[in-house]
Write a protein of this length. Structure first.
Length: 110
């Protein structure tokens, strides 16, 4: 057994994350698209909600529910001008996270 992480390990993790993304997108074709990143080293999958600020929280919540991410952290920026939303979970052995930056006063609620 090799005591360190190999390139083959990293490639397998990245392939698993890409396969999980394909499964997520196939299962939710009617949910508006967001930006997705498959990490190079850890095989993680990260979704970023980058639509206009007024609808970010709404779309974040839609994707959070679609992915079954129950725990959400909301971290205010130092000057409280922005709130950073983050949710994460393991899906089929792949770490999946979802993020969005929202701006109080610029959001719609429905």
């Amino acid at each position: 057994m090799t005591p360190f992480i190999t390139q083959d390990d990293r490639a397998a993790w990245q392939q698993a994350a890409a396969a999980e993304l394909a499964a997520i997108l196939a299962a939710h074709p009617d949910v508006p698209v967001i930006a997705w990143t498959v990490t190079a080293s850890g095989g993680s999958l990260s979704g970023q909600v980058l639509i206009p600020a007024a609808r970010r929280r709404v779309l974040f919540d839609v994707w959070r529910q679609a992915l079954g991410l129950d725990e959400v952290t909301e971290t205010p920026s130092a000057n409280s001008a922005a709130i950073y939303l983050h949710a994460r979970a393991m899906r089929n052995g792949v770490p999946v996270s979802l993020t969005a930056t929202v701006f109080p006063g610029a959001e719609v609620t429905a």
